[in-house]
Design a protein around this ligand. Structure first.
Ligand code: ZN
Length: 375
């Protein structure tokens, strides 16, 4: 009898330990990711479980400091009073532009970039880069230049750079390297893309991040030709749970070789209503075999209801100017020039992720949320 009791107690104890371990894993602090609306640029804030912060890009300058203010407001909401790392994927205005205003509003520890500006014939890019260099030379900030294969030493995550300065990873990530069936299909690269792309988009410092069971991909504005080097003939990236859609969903990125190869589970696009959100890219993502849920920062004007994702998963509906332009388009008239619509609500999309692979995406406009298990 005693023997049976002891055995029962042992089973109960084992059960209690197992439940406790599961509870502990779920209760362990999450990583939070904030997709800040910078109207078609990029600004994505990662706050790690230990509160280390990584900001990927800083949005546009001007507009009354709109983007830097949205970043600072988001950091405050996230309980972050200092940004530890700012990664500038490349030197275009919609990524680097917000830097001077940002550093005037919140302390920054380290800037990370791909090295020299390669777009030396475009005056705007040259100016952005020179201003940024002058800021670095103040000596107030640490500075890291990355190359493919480099890791960023952030506790709790394993972050590997896959692309930088026009180069890509030369061997597959652990567990990747399989043949990519899409590589044998005709390329069907959209017309009007420069290849090889010598400008700054193609220099983007892009990365893959592992947080427990969750795999996240952010390639900045990396272009079709570089995607091909990463994905063909062998798929060097492998399966991705959360895709931060490259280049705001613009035409020169998100080739089928990339999207079909990484089989994304969930995709989040930082498009504006008239920047990115290119119809074939919306379709490539929504119809790839893995059928990812697509979330968008904006309703893409030219996509209409047929190509945009479901309205509950769009953070910002068309502005009044966008509504008017969409009506003209539907009537067969040419699109009027875009309005700056700098004063929209700026709703964000947030992700709360656990090392167990459970992650929840929430639309900041309506609170609509979906929980996924990384698979
Ligand atoms: Zn961009």
């Amino acid at each position: 009898m005693q023997h049976t009791l002891a055995r029962t107690a042992g089973v109960l104890l084992a059960g209690a330990i197992a439940t406790g371990a599961a509870l502990h894993a779920q209760k362990a602090a999450p990583m939070r990711i904030y997709f800040i609306d910078v109207e078609g640029g990029q600004s994505t804030l990662f706050v790690m479980p230990d509160h280390t912060s990584l900001l990927v890009d800083t949005g546009f300058p001007s507009n009354g400091g709109r983007d830097s203010q949205r970043i600072v407001d988001t950091a405050k909401k996230a309980g972050v009073s200092r940004i530890d790392y700012v990664l500038l994927t490349h030197y275009h205005l919609d990524h680097l532009g917000g830097v001077p205003e940002l550093v005037a509003k919140i302390p920054v520890g380290t800037f990370i970039d791909h090295g020299d500006n390669r777009e030396t014939v475009v005056p705007g890019t040259v100016r952005n880069y020179e201003n940024y260099q002058a800021m670095l030379q103040s000596g107030k900030y640490k500075h890291i230049i990355v190359k493919p294969g480099d890791k960023l030493p952030i506790p709790g995550v394993d972050l590997t750079f896959l692309s930088a300065a026009g180069e890509v990873l030369d061997k597959p990530l652990p567990g990747a390297g399989q043949a990519n069936a899409t590589c044998s299909a005709p390329d069907n690269m959209p017309e009007g893309i420069n290849t090889p792309d010598q400008a700054e988009n193609a220099q983007s410092a892009g990365f893959e991040m592992n947080f427990g069971k969750l795999r996240i991909l952010d390639l900045g504005d990396l272009t079709w030709d570089k995607e091909r080097l990463l994905m063909c003939p062998a798929n060097k990236i492998g399966h991705i749970n959360l895709l931060i859609v490259s280049h705001h969903g613009s035409k020169p990125s998100s080739s089928p070789a990339l999207i079909d190869g990484i089989t994304p589970q969930v995709a989040i696009m930082d498009n504006g209503e008239r920047k990115g959100g290119y119809v074939p890219v919306l379709d490539t993502i929504r119809t790839t075999l893995s059928k990812p849920d697509l979330w968008q920062l904006h309703y893409a004007l030219e996509g209409g209801d047929q190509h945009n994702t479901g309205k509950a998963m769009i953070a910002n509906p068309l502005s009044p100017e966008g509504e008017a332009a969409a009506k003209e388009l539907a009537e067969g008239k040419p699109l009027p020039p875009p309005a700056p619509h700098a004063n929209d609500a700026g709703n964000s999309i947030t992700v709360e992720a656990y090392a167990t692979g459970r992650f929840t995406v929430t639309n900041g406009r309506n609170g609509f949320a979906k929980t996924y298990q990384a698979k």
